[in-house]
Design a protein around this ligand. Structure first.
Ligand SMILES: [Zn+2]
Length: 279
């Protein structure tokens, strides 16, 4: 997947102090070269003097400073990261160009635009609708875009460090594993991670085998704990489901569904008009 450069929709305009290029056209790092390291790119306040990658390379050469080059193969690096945060092989191949117009139009700009620009969205989203209309692929493509664009923006300035703030969780598989493992120590670690990461993707919610009352199912209790923790900390979750809101409430109860929807509202994709062969 090769991404064009997408400017962040709500960042103030910033220009490179050397060549004058704007961050509407090309990524401009918001800080002067000396203090790029360790500064968050999505800090709401732009301070310092911006510089673009081209001028950063030139300035580093002139001043004889260490440059983080030769740059890694950013696309391959991003792919490795996606694997590490939990995306399966097919999910890693999901392409932003391949998202059907039906789904693309359903994704609110406030989620789509920051992710394409390589930033974390400030609100979450649940994509709901019939099976096999590409909801998971759309989430995977967005995640891919975020990781790839963020790395592409950063690579000239700082060494790329492993992505640790995103976690992709296939819910039916996780639920199955938790039911099998009972009280295995790794469960606690997974719950803690899912509760705290900056961006959690919960794929295929409510597709787990229905075994008994949700209130008696330990795995669903864990899910409730994760959703509650994320709600309390205002953390964004992206999720998908084949169920309607009423069906989710029937399965999980009003409380848990309400806590999920508060930060990550559900968007129902009406699949009635969807004809895969027509795409
Ligand atoms: Zn420049």
């Amino acid at each position: 997947m090769h991404l064009a450069y997408y400017p962040h929709p709500s960042r103030p305009e910033l220009t490179c102090h050397r060549c004058g290029v704007s961050n509407r056209e090309r990524f401009v790092h918001p800080f002067t070269p000396g203090d790029c390291v360790g500064r968050p790119l999505d800090s709401p306040y732009v301070t310092g003097v911006g510089i673009c990658a081209t001028c950063f390379r030139d300035s580093a050469e002139e001043e004889g400073r260490f440059l983080h080059e030769p740059e890694p193969n950013v696309a391959a690096w991003a792919n490795e990261q996606l694997k590490a945060i939990g995306l399966g092989e097919e999910e890693r191949r999901a392409d932003i160009e391949g998202i059907s117009p039906l789904l693309a139009n359903a994704i609110p700009d406030e989620v789509l635009q920051p992710m394409l620009a390589g930033f974390y969205p400030k609100v979450g989203l649940g994509l709901a609708g019939m099976a096999r209309i590409g909801k998971s692929s759309a989430m995977a493509a967005l995640t891919h875009a975020l990781v790839l664009q963020n790395a592409t923006n950063r690579a000239p300035f700082v060494p790329l460090t492993p992505v640790k703030k995103i976690f992709w969780m296939n819910w039916p598989l996780t639920c199955h594993q938790w039911r099998l493992d009972g009280v295995h120590w790794s469960i606690e670690r997974t719950i803690a991670k899912a509760s705290k990461v900056r961006l959690l993707i919960l794929d295929d919610l409510a597709r787990e085998t229905e075994r008994r009352q949700a209130s008696e199912d330990v795995a669903i209790g864990h899910l409730d704990a994760i959703i509650t923790a994320r709600d309390r900390d205002n953390l964004v979750t992206l999720w998908t489901t084949n169920k309607s809101e009423d069906e989710l409430v029937d399965r999980y109860g009003m409380g848990m569904v309400g806590r999920l929807l508060r930060r990550s509202p559900m968007k129902w994709i009406d699949g009635a008009d969807f004809h895969p062969s027509a795409l």
